[in-house]
Design a protein around this ligand. Structure first.
Ligand SMILES: [Zn+2]
Length: 354
């Protein structure tokens, strides 16, 4: 398709994790191992258990923020690729923009099966993280005081982890979704914008299109792209487009995302989006904070680029058909998709105007 547009695509191979769930399943399993080790041999095993839980908790938090950690080092990897093309402007290059839409799809875990289950997931995740922190604290106190009651207290957070572990393991045994919304919609918008840009290039903005791999397992594709090209793209606007065709939604621009650390979209790009939303009310655009998951926008922010993400959360915060078997093309709203494309097109014009 890019070839047909006269935009010779380049494949960028990279290595990635193969599962979003396994690092956390391993973390919880190791924390439970620490609970088993703790009472075996007095102070020595109490210290070992405390150190193990501490290491696992820090690793899981690093994992959540796309940072190398021991959980990543030991788990299996696979090969993937990004597909990159560059659309030159008509005049001199004064600015750059990057449009990113991931090509991979997620599995269909039990926890994503309904809105109620997603709420349960939203409740259990911080409880599990908090539980590991509590376990670490109790084991440190136990190593110092050798107080046996502390071990009985530790069984409460242990119960949460025991509930969490099978749910984390189950996810990797479910089939992949077709991913019409997440993220054929985003990949298609990037492609459609490439086509429009080829027909009507910007004046001074060079646009890179990136169809990325392995977003769903920790944004490995977007990270590999920026690690290789960051120096050539200093100051480039990083625009992630993900799940933009769900019924009753969007266009929705994300002002802030992240589950532990907060990733803020660029204030200038947010202001530009606000301006477009006000100037073109018929597009129906609105802002949202996204605290239920990460997107590739966080990778742009992590690499210090002015970034903004489009994820069409509904006004009530629900992402339609997210990681479900029914995320299929019949559940895509063509009007939402077209308005989202138009909105990003306007954003590109605004960036080009400086
Ligand atoms: Zn996605």
């Amino acid at each position: 398709m890019l070839e047909g547009l006269g935009l010779p695509p380049r494949a960028q191979p990279f290595t990635s994790a193969v599962s979003a769930w396994r690092p956390y399943a391993l973390a919880v399993a190791l924390a439970l191992l620490a609970v088993a080790i703790y009472p075996i041999g007095g102070r020595v095993t109490a210290v070992i258990a405390a150190a193990l839980v501490g290491a696992v908790l820090v690793s899981a938090l690093l994992e959540m923020n796309f940072t190398p950690n021991p959980l990543r080092w030991v788990l299996p990897k696979g090969r993937s690729q990004n597909v990159i093309a560059v659309v030159p402007p008509t005049g001199e290059v004064r600015r750059q923009a990057i449009l990113v839409g991931h090509l991979d799809t997620h599995r269909t875990p039990f926890l994503f099966g309904s809105t109620a289950r997603l709420r349960l997931f939203g409740l259990l995740s911080p409880l599990a993280f908090g539980g590991m922190a509590v376990l670490g604290g109790l084991f440190v106190a136990g190593a110092v005081t050798q107080e046996s009651v502390l071990y009985f207290v530790s069984l409460a957070p242990t119960a949460v982890l025991l509930l969490m572990l099978p749910l984390l393991v189950e996810a990797d045994f479910t089939p992949y979704t077709a991913g019409a919304n997440d993220n054929a919609s985003g990949a298609a918008v990037v492609l459609a914008l490439a086509e429009r840009l080829k027909e009507a290039p910007l004046r001074n903005t060079e646009v890179w299109t990136v169809h990325s791999g392995c977003e769903e397992v920790g944004c490995y594709g977007a990270d590999a792209f920026l690690r290789e090209h960051r120096e050539r793209l200093d100051g480039a606007c990083f625009i992630a487009i993900d799940s933009v065709g769900g019924p009753g939604s969007g266009p929705c621009y994300i002002t802030r995302e992240g589950m532990t650390k907060r990733y803020h979209s660029d204030p200038g790009l947010v202001a530009l989006a606000e301006g477009i939303a006000a100037r073109r009310p018929e597009l129906g655009a609105y802002p949202k904070v996204m605290s239920i998951a990460y997107t590739e926008g966080a990778i742009g922010i992590k690499h210090g680029l002015p970034s903004i993400t489009f994820v069409n959360l509904r006004p009530d915060g629900v992402l339609p058909y997210w990681h479900r078997p029914d995320d299929t093309v019949v559940n895509i709203d063509a009007d939402v998709l077209a308005r989202s494309e138009e909105f990003v097109w306007e954003l590109l014009q605004g960036i080009d105007a400086g």
